[in-house]
Design a protein around this ligand. Structure first.
Ligand SMILES: C[S@@+](CC[C@H](N)C(=O)[O-])C[C@H]1O[C@@H](n2cnc3c(N)ncnc32)[C@H](O)[C@@H]1O
Length: 376
């Protein structure tokens, strides 16, 4: 047995091979756990990962454990599952979320060199004027918005995995640039000219290009191969479950209906950037696309049916972990009753936030809930 394997076994660390690992790298570098670049996504579970994963009894399942992250958002949970040696299927209906999972979870080898990255910012006749026409003077200066059009055209020449990684870095750069990290307000340019705010958060005054290059090394180092094939999907969860439910554990982190469920208003700009929408209207002060993609999970009128369909379609999956909070509809008791009606054993665990984080629904005093529903 190699020294590397021995160390991995003794320390119980996942044996990972970094994309850049070579024979010259030290033993420590080869087995040190890869780190997910910090995320800034509403409702992300970055801080709750040890708590959530403590409810998965890994000894019960054969290796590798097949893990579904049904509403993957930032991909923080999918990344952690990959880091723990699970075989991951990551899914989100938003393409901008899918890019994070495709770039950092499905992708185990492709990184982006500085030269490749430089080329993404070059002027090109292939660029559209989508971002410049929609968002100049709203979120960015005209030249910054135009740069996004160049980037979006140039990124197409990259192979799929590197393209997803590049888009993930850019999406993250854009949320750094905009105060509060989302696009549901129209104050970005005002804030970016306010010296007091810049002192507190210098990113809002930095050029997009600089933010991109500041982030690139963190993303490159996070690309790793745990020896398994992982998948990133970009589908409505119910459609995905209809086609496949062959997993050991499913983690569901739905939008918190009536709490902060409208992800398409918060991240519309990233989705427009990602999909290069041509068949949408752009409405409101923020120029968000219209009509939105349809999800049953974000409206009071449809959410109960959506959950019941999810339970029915996910029936073959032995263990479900479902994140929830105590300000959502349906409320915790009703949701528990819906889960019990499936015939599963249901536990309800609570995590109290120590400080304000994550926007509405994740504030001090609110509880993050984890339902653990098993078919045993
Ligand atoms: C609470 S967030 C997930 C946060 C994620 N766990 C993290 O740590 O970043 C909910 C996600 O569900 C996605 N979503 C909403 N409806 C969906 C559907 N029908 N199918 C798949 N994804 C959906 C949203 O786009 C959003 O990214």
């Amino acid at each position: 047995m190699s020294a590397l394997l021995q160390l991995a076994e003794v320390t119980n660390m996942p044996l990972v091979r970094r994309a850049f690992a070579t024979a010259q790298h030290s033993l420590f570098e080869e087995v040190s756990p890869p780190v997910m670049p910090s995320v800034q996504f509403l409702g992300n579970k970055e801080k709750l990962l040890p708590w959530i994963f403590s409810f998965i009894p890994t000894s019960t399942f054969q290796r590798p454990l097949r893990f579904l992250d049904g509403f993957s958002g930032s991909a923080a949970v999918s990344f952690e599952a990959k880091r723990r040696g699970f075989q991951v299927t990551s899914n989100d209906m938003l393409q901008s979320c899918w890019q994070s999972a495709a770039g950092l979870v499905e992708n185990g080898t492709a990184t982006l060199s500085l030269q490749e990255a430089e080329r993404l910012f070059e002027q090109t006749d292939d660029a559209s004027e989508l971002m410049r026409s929609l968002f100049s003077g709203r979120f960015f200066s005209e030249s910054e918005a135009g740069l996004l059009d160049f980037f979006r055209a140039n990124v197409e020449v990259l192979p799929a995995a590197a393209r997803a990684l590049a888009m993930a870095v850019m999406n993250r750069a854009l949320t750094r640039k905009i105060l509060m990290g989302h696009f549901a307000h129209c104050q970005a340019l005002t804030y970016a000219a306010d010296s007091a705010r810049i002192r507190r958060n210098p990113s809002i005054a930095k050029p997009i290009r600089q933010l991109f290059f500041d982030l690139l090394p963190e993303f490159n180092q996070a690309v790793f191969d745990n020896g398994l094939v992982h998948r990133a999907q970009n589908r409505d969860l119910l459609e995905l479950l209809h086609d496949e439910a062959d997993f050991d554990v499913a983690y569901f982190d739905p939008p918190y209906c009536m709490s902060h469920g409208d992800y398409q208003s918060f991240y519309h700009l990233l989705e427009t950037f990602s999909r290069c929408w041509t068949d949408k209207e752009f409405v409101g002060g923020t120029n968000r696309y219209w009509p939105p993609l349809v999800t049953g999970f974000d409206k009071k009128a449809t959410v109960v049916d959506a959950f019941n369909s999810m339970f029915e379609l996910a029936a073959p999956i032995p263990l479900w972990l479902i994140s929830y909070n105590d300000r959502s509809y349906p409320d915790v008791e009703m949701f528990r009753a819906m889960l019990l009606a499936t015939g599963r054993k249901v536990e309800v665990h609570r995590y109290q936030y120590q400080s304000s984080r994550g926007g509405k629904g994740s504030v001090k005093g609110s509880h993050e809930i984890l339902f653990v529903a098993s078919d045993e």
